[in-house]
Design a protein around this ligand. Structure first.
Ligand SMILES: [Zn+2]
Ligand SMILES: [Zn+2]
Length: 109
């Protein structure tokens, strides 16, 4: 899938999003799915903090970025206001884009 030509499906749901993991219920603010190019956001869990950071975080998942341990990084599991991608994640994103561009050039020859 060419990430430069993706159409993102962004769905904002009025339902709670939960994920059961090892018997523990996790409340999700959003979900970004790389395979289906879709971003799901829940207004129930986001009521107080629907932020552009959360949206970008989920979009970055669609672009293949994983969670990052860097505290101030946008890809940290806990999305903070005014956070940006850390250097490592920025490189990952660049790598993904460069790879897609190369694939695209090769397939058009
Ligand atoms: Zn995430
Ligand atoms: Zn990071």
């Amino acid at each position: 899938m060419n990430i430069l030509k993706r159409t993102l499906k962004i769905t904002i749901m009025d339902a709670e999003m939960t994920l059961e993991k090892e018997g523990k219920i996790d409340h999700l603010n959003g979900l970004g799915l790389e395979k289906t190019n879709s971003v799901l956001l829940s207004t129930k869990t986001l009521v107080q903090h629907i932020t552009s950071e959360t949206l970008f975080h989920e979009i970055m998942h669609v672009f293949g970025l994983k969670h990052c341990n860097e505290n101030s990084c946008l890809m940290n599991k806990e999305v903070k206001n005014d956070s940006f991608l850390c250097g490592k994640c920025e490189k990952e994103l660049e790598k993904g884009i460069v790879k897609e561009m190369k694939n695209r050039l090769q397939s058009s020859v």
